[in-house]
Design a protein around this ligand. Structure first.
Ligand code: C2E
Ligand code: CA
Ligand code: CA
Length: 466
């Protein structure tokens, strides 16, 4: 009898123990299921996409390699959509991606949300070319977006890599991703090719060279005068970077600034530019030249990734340049990207006495709201409007309207890229205050600017420009 009781008790203990283990396992696997998926879309998350993607490649009949593609999608400016329309519409865009990919997927395809605004789609082409697949996506995607304005505005880029039978999922992904890094702005879909790898190698060399350039003093600031239309007097200069490359010679900024932005080096370069420009401004003043305002270009990364306010305070403090003699140039697109943050930072910078100018006005999203919120002192009309202001009625009317708006908002208006006497006369008649352009002077070295300023001192010894 006692033995039977012991056996029953032991049996019960084993059952309870087994039950605990089962509950624990159920709990753990439930947890695992939950972390495998992206909550918003229900798609695989990054880690699971790579795991399941690799397992799908392993199962493939390798002779069918040309028939499988990995497409990486990047939602363009999702943050801007969130800011302009609200996060509900931003989320709607993300979900539209998920719905579209699900509608295009077939058996064995793997879909993941691999970053906030990136999706990966490993798919069998099933007789379609990658272009046809991209077309199917482009037709379906807008149908899932509820807000018509968002539907018109939203854009995306896609990088495609066809499976060669050898790559693992990570290599395949990196290659598709490389298309996203190297595509032209107007190329929505790009497919991986061997020369991209070559370009990647070249870019990597460029990245190292740029970092060395900073350490080895290969960058130099040139300065382009800003003049008063009415008097022709230099009231400021814009600092424009040049790279003395040991082999390529003098490299203009358009050949390396976009890459520096891509590589995340731009913040270092811009910081160097800010300190150098402030130092140069002080040197000119110490030499008894009139205190011209120095403008420095700021990249978007400078706002997003660094404490630009602290950097400016430090630069002014170390160089002892009067804040009234510093101006920073911000583009419309930058001002629109994270309005709240930008307004906050620019207000603080402005309170130091530093001027703020809106660069390239008329090229990006022209927003009157950002003009109202940000304390712009100067608005620079882009060269694309100035270049045909004499021949094109629309350019002239737009320029005239911009001038009227600037006057109403008590902003100084500067015309960029003035190249001819006719442009100069018309822009003066239209009421522009300041000019910058080859007609007055190309960007010049600090020494050359010093000579120009010295010549002005002789002409207008009594005047001070800032
Ligand atoms: P930006 O800020 O719009 O600078 C004006 C550009 O127009 C300069 O080109 C200048 O040389 C050019 N330019 C001025 N007047 C004329 C003209 O009459 N005709 C023509 N065709 N061009 C004129 P640059 O120096 O090649 O600079 C190009 C862009 O690179 C700048 O455009 C700016 O966005 C960027 N950049 C230059 N230096 C820096 C820098 O230190 N940091 C950052 N983040 N960007 C910079
Ligand atoms: Ca500029
Ligand atoms: Ca400009």
């Amino acid at each position: 009898m006692e033995i039977a009781l012991i056996i029953v008790n032991a049996f019960l203990v084993v059952c309870i123990f087994a039950l605990i283990l089962m509950l624990k396992y159920a709990y753990m696997s439930g947890k695992r299921v939950r972390i495998n998926f992206d909550e918003m879309t229900g798609l695989l998350n990054r880690a699971s996409f790579f795991m399941q993607g690799q397992s799908a490649l392993d199962k493939l009949d390798k002779s069918k390699h040309g028939e499988v593609a990995l497409v990486v999608f990047d939602v363009d400016k999702l943050r801007l959509i969130n800011t302009l329309y609200g996060t509900a519409d931003g989320d709607d865009v993300v979900c539209a991606f998920a719905k579209t990919l699900r509608s295009l997927a077939g058996k064995g395809d793997v879909i993941g949300r691999v970053d906030t605004d990136d999706f990966a789609f490993l798919t069998r082409l099933r007789g379609r070319t990658s272009e046809e697949l991209a077309e199917q996506f482009a037709e379906t995607f807008p149908q899932y977006i509820a807000n018509a304005s968002v539907r018109d505005q939203v854009n995306y880029y896609a990088g495609v890599c066809i499976f060669d039978g050898q790559d693992d999922i990570y290599t395949l992904f990196n290659k598709a991703n490389l298309c996203l890094l190297t595509h032209a702005d107007d190329q929505r879909v790009s497919e991986f090719s061997g020369d991209m790898e070559q370009r990647m190698v070249e870019n990597e060399i460029m990245r190292t060279e740029m970092l060395n350039a900073l350490d080895n003093g290969q960058f130099e600031l040139y300065y382009q005068p800003k003049v008063e239309f009415k008097t022709g007097k230099i009231i400021g200069v814009e600092a424009l970077i040049r790279w003395h490359h040991p082999i390529k010679g003098l490299v203009p900024p358009c050949d390396f600034i976009p890459l520096a932005e891509q590589f995340g080096i731009i913040t270092k370069i811009d910081e160097w530019g800010l300190f150098t420009a402030c130092r140069q401004g002080k040197i000119w003043q110490d030499k008894g030249l009139p205190p011209v305002k120095i403008s420095v270009n700021m990249s978007q990364a400078q706002f997003v990734k660094t404490d630009i306010y602290a950097t400016i305070v430090k630069a002014l403090d170390e160089t002892k340049l009067d804040p009234q003699c510093l101006e920073i140039e911000v583009t419309e697109t930058m001002a629109m990207t994270d309005v709240e943050h930008t307004v906050n930072v620019l207000n603080k910078v402005h309170a130091l006495g530093v001027s703020i100018s809106m660069d390239d006005f008329g090229t990006g999203y022209s927003s009157l709201a950002s003009l109202k919120a940000i304390p712009f002192d100067v608005l620079k009309i882009d060269r694309s409007l100035v270049c045909d202001v004499n021949d094109n009625d629309t350019s002239r009317r737009i320029t005239s309207a911009i001038v009227a708006m600037c006057k109403a908002m008590k902003m100084v208006v500067l015309a960029e890229g003035v190249e001819t006497d006719e442009q100069s006369k018309l822009l003066t008649d239209l009421g522009c205050d300041l000019a910058q352009g080859y007609y007055y002077s190309k960007p010049r070295t600090a020494d050359e600017i010093e000579e120009m300023l010295r010549a002005e001192v002789d002409d207008h010894a009594e005047n001070s420009a800032c």
